[in-house]
Design a protein around this ligand. Sequence first.
Ligand code: SF4
Length: 65
Amino acid sequence: MEKIKVNKEKCLGCGMCVGINSDVFEFDDDGLAKANNEKITEENEEEVKEAINSCPVSAIEKEEK
Ligand code: SF4
């Protein structure tokens, strides 16, 4: 799947994405989420999509090329 990133301007630090998959999503030092693209696998891709759709402020975005 395409690379993703957390838009820190939008992220609330609610932890929803981290709760869905804590390999791909984790809290950064600033208390907001960050995405680890290298941890995305075929097995967890559906969870990543679920996290994208579950984020209350749609902060998980495609990474600009
Ligand atoms: S679900 Fe969205 S708002 Fe909540 S921590 Fe993750 S990126 Fe931030």
